[in-house]
Write a protein that binds this ligand. Structure first.
Ligand SMILES: *Cc1c(COP(=O)(O)O)cnc(C)c1O
Length: 390
């Protein structure tokens, strides 16, 4: 047992004179404390310092501050996933007898969380069409505690009218929470349009390289700070390595946003004129119902689009023929990917409900990446070539 490492070996300071350029990755799950007076000072918040990684660690802390800066928030907390971020807010803010109003076209797992999990805590949920402001007003007025929407919807990329929704929520005394995963900063700043809390699945474009699972909540410190304790109790803390990878992804966020948004517009325009494509859903196209809203409130029109083919067999053939663009049921990667909402994200819904949300068997969703634009267009062009004319 001669070579057993000693705890003190791990705490070797950097040789003086230089410092690493890249961010440190601190994988330690626990931190060394000097003595009992020190631990008292740490718990009292008199001295700053980490104690146990589930309660907070340097990589999550730094990433939370960077994301808060990007969103123009005073505080940010990073959690295990986008779902963990949403669940933490609901667990922190709601109790028996409370009501939540939410958009009916939220991300599928969020709908499952709301409709299949909250009931056991005595929390009621009402799903509404957030384009219908009268319906939203009626729903929040019935003593809603929280209004939850997505900035841009999946997969038809409808924009929620955030300022009006904020006004309705606040008039009813409800907290207004916006999942802004489809509209990364700096393209949209939902807090400046009235959101109380902004949620991101960092798994998507903010980390950007398809190798991370994390989420974040940004907003005022008095709303965000309590989520740390909630996350610790429910075990929703963020893995340090994923935080480190996300911080690395953020370094190129502006470039990736600019390029993927430009590529999405190029692809949307190409698809719109293609004889095999029935319709394209992208707010950058003048005919999209939210073109004006997005033009006025965002810089650029986003990296997500959808389009309509004849039906399932056309989609199947398209996916088989695409060479560079893989079928992957996620989004926000540097690579362009396609997905099929009817068999993936919205699989759990009855066909009738899918149709009421505008999702057909021929609906294809595209998450546009940062490749050379011609490479993306060429792949869709050759793949669409073999499909029957619509
Ligand atoms: C992916 C996604 C989530 C969930 O995020 P995870 O990191 O996968 O848990 C929530 N909302 C939206 C809009 C998403 O796209």
């Amino acid at each position: 047992m001669q070579n057993r490492p000693h705890a003190s070996d791990a705490a070797v300071p950097m040789p003086v004179g230089t410092a690493p350029l890249a961010s440190n990755l601190t994988l330690s799950s626990v931190f060394r404390i000097r003595d009992l007076d020190h631990v008292d000072a740490l718990y009292a918040g008199i001295e700053p310092g980490f104690i146990y990684a589930r309660d907070g660690h340097p990589n999550a802390d730094r990433l939370g501050r960077q994301l808060a800066d990007l969103e123009g928030a005073s505080a940010g907390v990073v959690l295990a996933s986008g779902m963990a971020a949403l669940a933490a807010i609901l667990l922190d803010r709601l109790g028996p007898g409370d009501r939540v109003v939410a958009s009916r076209d939220l991300y599928g797992k969020t709908i499952t969380l709301l409709t299949e999990r909250l009931g056991r805590f005595g929390i009621q949920v009402e799903l509404v069409d957030t384009q219908d402001l009268a319906a939203v007003e009626a729903a929040v007025r019935a003593k809603a505690k929280l209004l939850l929407v997505e900035s841009l919807s999946n997969p038809l990329v409808r924009a929620a009218p955030l300022e009006q929704l904020a006004t309705l929520a606040h008039a009813a005394g409800a907290l207004f929470v916006v999942d802004a995963t489809f509209s990364p900063p700096p393209a949209l700043r939902a807090l400046s349009l009235g959101a109380d809390l902004v949620v991101h699945s960092l798994t998507k474009i903010l980390s950007g390289h398809g190798d991370v699972t994390l989420g974040a909540v940004l907003g005022a410190a008095e709303l965000v700070e309590p989520l740390r304790a909630t996350a610790s109790v429910y075990g929703q803390h963020a893995a340090a390595f994923d935080c480190w990878l996300t911080e690395r992804g953020l370094a190129t966020l502006d470039l990736r946003v600019e390029r993927s948004f430009a590529n999405a517009l190029t692809l949307a325009r190409f698809l719109r004129q293609h004889p095999r494509v029935r319709m394209v859903h992208y707010p950058g196209l003048e005919e999209h119902p939210d073109h004006d809203w997005v033009r006025r409130h965002m810089t650029g029109f986003g990296f997500m689009l959808a389009f309509e083919l004849g039906g399932r067999s056309e989609v199947n053939t398209l996916f088989q023929r695409l060479r560079d663009v893989p079928f992957c049921p996620s989004l926000g990667d540097v690579h362009t990917t396609v997905s099929h909402p009817a068999t993936t994200s919205h699989r759990a819904l009855a066909e009738e409900r899918r149709h009421s949300l505008g999702i057909r068997d021929g609906t294809v969703r595209v998450s546009v990446g940062i490749e050379a634009p011609q490479q993306i267009v060429d792949d869709f062009a050759q793949a669409l070539e073999g499909l029957p004319v619509a």
